[in-house]
Design a protein around this ligand. Sequence first.
Ligand code: PGA
Length: 236
Amino acid sequence: MKYIEAGSYEELSRIAAGIIADQVKEKPDCVLGLATGSTPIGTYKELIKKYEAGELDFSKVKTVNLDEYIGLDGSSDQSYRYFMNHNLFDHVNIDKNNTNVPNGKAADPSKEGARYDELVASLGGTDIQLLGIGHDGHIGFNEPDEVFYAATHEVVLDDMTIDANARFFASRDEVPTKAITMGMWAIMQAKKIILVANGEGKKDIVDKFMHGPVTPKVPASILQCHRDVTVIYSKN
Ligand code: PGA
């Protein structure tokens, strides 16, 4: 794994956006795996800047997002579909038909998971997968568990995750308790993975997933088995 320590959140965002921008320039119809959470917001801002400067063309780019809350769709401003529209898609020339987020309102989440994995496969996998990391080591919403789950699947969120995400909701009670997330197959088939982590509070988990044992108790540790991972960490 390649490790880059950025001097600031802005620098972290510029480095991550630079890698994604290079991919879009090299392969205009590339498939980007995208993430939500507060850390990638700066990366998306940098990508928007590059688009506005005429450096980037998203017209042929396709995207697949990692996860969505069960019970929410784009009509809710807490949904990850809304987040992506608001923080990136509405500001660049991407065709929304080429953007994909798991359907949090699917009647049968396991069928939705299978559909999503087939979609990722039919796109030929992602060229780059952007990831954040939870304090508990989750990637997407793959929470610490006894096993790694390969397929896109429904998960019950950890209390730690609900606590962390409560800041985006009016109260903790409003945070959905379940989500649908890409499993390890869809994440690990990416040709390249970028993981962004920001803040002193993430330092320990970054050390642990990079250097500790590969275990589903630290879901991000599976990235040690991927051959092209860049971790970008900034303390500030
Ligand atoms: P954060 O979330 O970027 O808001 O810290 C990361 C994650 O939970 O994946």
